[in-house]
Design a protein around this ligand. Sequence first.
Ligand code: GLP
Length: 240
Amino acid sequence: KPEFRVLPNAAEIASAVAAHIAQTLKAKPATTLGLATGNTFVPIYAALIDLYRQNGFSFAEAASFNLDEYVGLPKNHPASFRAYMRQRLFDHVDLPAERAMLPETEGDLAADCAAYEAAIAARGGIDLQLLGIGRNGHIGFNEPGSPFDSRTRVVELAQSTIEANKGDFPPGELPPSSAVTMGIGTIVDAREIVLVATGANKAAALTRAFNAPKDVDCPASALQDHPHVIIYCDPAALPA
Ligand code: GLP
């Protein structure tokens, strides 16, 4: 059921995904977006800002909820997902700051996780959820083994994820070992899901997610039953 849109390279994927997001905002200005971070989304947000500057669509009525955030980083740490989002999107568009949400990672985390779910529900749910995919098939920070009905919660990161994300941190500094992430159940509640994967190191994850039986060992395979999933990928990432 998931629809694959294969484009030649990351630049063309960025343009197509940015156009997809812009189209959603034009059709419904009060769209609730689910946002993702990671290297895959760097060119996508850049293309989205370009389109925004040319095009006359607006985020003024929109809201956004990011998938995840590290636990234990100081508020303005450059490798936090909040810093990523400010630098790559929020500082450049008219999305009101009070509606640009990321999971809280200080204080009473259980209460904050419940409040995040309630805030998403109060907006009427997520219209368009953007997703990358980890090499082990993770979505958000839902590592292999995460229950398909999981909600926003504190999770421990896989060693392979910590290794993969090391490059985002200053030399000698390791990523935190835990994070707050939307659950798989939170993600699949979105009305539409756009998953983006580029490069040969994502092909195995896409194969396990979409060309194999659903399995909690591959979190992205939970998307198989979703009625409206579009996967933008390049030929190198195409599942076998
Ligand atoms: C990270 C994020 C995910 C992201 C994935 C892939 O750990 N929590 O949301 O999709 O890993 O990242 P990248 O696009 O850099 O390969």
